[in-house]
Design a protein around this ligand. Structure first.
Ligand code: AMP
Ligand code: ZN
Ligand code: FE
Ligand code: FE
Length: 286
């Protein structure tokens, strides 16, 4: 089976490997096609594409955009996007600004909770990256307030933890519409993490389909066999593409590897055929 991976992050957002390093690791892992899907940025794509051409790994230009459905945060992946489409940059500027407004407030809350750390040190460690909670988690580990990233989320940063500050997010219609507008295929990411819905999940899928959603990430590092079967069946009912990805981040998700996830992820290359047909058929343009 030819192996692919349609969900991975780089140092352009909250991954710990540079785009070139990610692509080389994917190559080592036997990944033939890799989608680079950083949060709220396409800055890593040119370097990933250049390294992919060198290493013989096909790179699909992607992105991951957070949005809010009622009180629930959903992540929408976009595949085969045109990163140079003029509609993209203004939207990304807005999403990035909402992070820069929120992040110092999270740090302030942490200070109030007794953690001596500054946003300046987090920014310095992040370099040019779009800063996310994983960067803040790493600072908490460095400073010795927690011993792991997951402890940082559990004790401080998770949605129900004391240092959580929400940020304004686009609606699902906006996020999905933007991806369609820039020629991409919008796919609902990691359904297993979607919680606190007021309606049955499949009903949410139908609503998102109405906004233009085209796929569901049924294959995912932490999905069980039963979950994969369930999400495949929902995809069939809704007429969605089935996609799959590891959500590789490097250091902030220990033991999770590009291509193989926690060890038993195997995403077949034949999932790409219907995606390519949509991407090149001009039916994605909004
Ligand atoms: P943000 O985009 O700043 O709201 O941060 C959310 C990101 O943090 C997600 O996209 C994940 O990559 C990461 N994340 C969320 N929960 C955890 C966790 N428990 N452990 C590690 N990373 C997490
Ligand atoms: Zn992330
Ligand atoms: Fe995500
Ligand atoms: Fe992700």
């Amino acid at each position: 089976m030819i192996r692919i991976d349609l969900h991975a992050h780089t140092t352009a957002s909250d991954g710990s490997l540079a785009p070139e390093e990610l692509v080389r690791l994917a190559k080592q892992q036997g990944v033939a096609t890799l989608a680079v899907t950083d949060h709220d940025t396409v800055a890593g794509l040119p370097r990933a594409i250049a390294e992919g051409a060198q290493a013989g790994v096909e790179i699909i230009p992607g992105i991951e955009i957070s949005c809010l459905y009622g009180k629930t945060e959903l992540h929408i992946l976009g595949y085969f996007i045109n990163p140079d489409d003029p509609h993209l940059a203004p939207a990304l500027t807005t999403y990035q600004a909402s992070r820069e407004e929120r992040n110092p407030r999270i740090v302030q809350r942490l200070q109030e909770l007794g953690c001596a750390l500054t946003y300046a040190e987090i920014k310095a460690a992040a370099g040019t990256a779009i800063v996310g909670r994983p960067h803040i988690a790493q600072a908490l580990v460095r400073r010795g307030y927690v011993t792991s990233i997951s402890e940082a989320f559990d004790r401080y940063l998770a949605d129900d933890a004391p240092a959580y500050i929400p940020r304004p997010l686009p609606s699902p219609a906006e996020a999905i519409g933007l991806i369609r507008q820039i020629g991409g295929i919008p796919v609902l990411a990691h359904p297993v993490y979607i919680s606190r819905l007021k309606e049955p999940f499949e009903q949410v899928c139908a609503t998102l389909k109405g906004f233009g959603l085209l796929g569901l990430e049924a294959l995912y590092s932490s999905h069980s066999r039963q979950q994969i079967d369930r999400y495949r069946s929902i995809s069939r009912n809704q007429g969605f593409l089935v996609t799959g990805g590891s959500d590789f981040h490097g250091e902030t998700k220990p033991n999770l590897l590009v291509g193989t996830g926690y060890g038993n992820l195997a995403i077949p290359a034949d999932l790409l055929e219907p995606m390519r047909a949509l991407a090149t058929g001009g039916r994605c343009a909004g």
